[in-house]
Design a protein. Sequence first.
Length: 294
Amino acid sequence: MNDFFNEATWEKAWNEHGENAQKKMKSAGVQPSNAFDHKAKMFNEQSFNEAGKKRTSRIMNWLEGQGVQFSNASVLDIGAASGVFSVPFAERGAHVTAVESSLPLVELLKENVAALGGNEVTIVPEPFENIDVIASGWEDAFDLVFASMCPVILDWQSVEKLLLCAREYCYISMPAGPIEISLINEIWPLITDQPFKKKHMEMGYLLHLLYLKGYSYESLISKETKTTEVSKEDALKEVLHWLKNHDLPTDDQIQKIVTDYLDEAYPSGKVVVKQSGRYGKVLVRLQAEEMYTK
């Protein structure tokens, strides 16, 4: 029981047993900075369609409901992608520094930012883990540090780096359980006879360490579901990418199995994919630590 309240034990456990998305990508031969290159265009479309805008608005409204103000605020958006949050942050009056390492997403981010017609967003096209916070003058430099579903959160040390940049608030979101993808569930039995192993996610480490280390914060765990329609070609790419990240074979035989299934199950050429999962959100308060009420 003593270990339950031991910070070092939990830091060590996260480091040794956490999911560590970057480590998994590298072991699969995928560079984290390029991991989302192949679906940059699709991600951009999903971010700025009607459903995507509603998802973004829900999160921003939740933040404002906790007292976060965007007007004239300085925001560090880590893993900004094509601007899914950077653009609406700027539209609500914030001055945004957007960090993104995927070059295809950076190009889309530039296009989306250009539509704002001003200098509200500064783009930093490099991995956050390569940035020296002190040398860059980023220590305590941002009213809000924002990292949504970004693989930069690897362990407690990476959380501390985010907190070091934040002056008032730090928002982190990540999976709070395994993400279920309908297409993967359909194809999994065709690839292997092994049951799919569900794992606990890093959200538990994050919340417990924030508690042990004395931070004030609000947290929310919710189940979210979205449905998208993609071409068979994009579906094949996504399945192979997913298999590779899970250390499963993607040879010609596997590609044929997946292609034959898609041809038979989706003769129209359009593949409907349902994705659902539990997601965690936490807003750390670094100045006004008391309970916020309007």
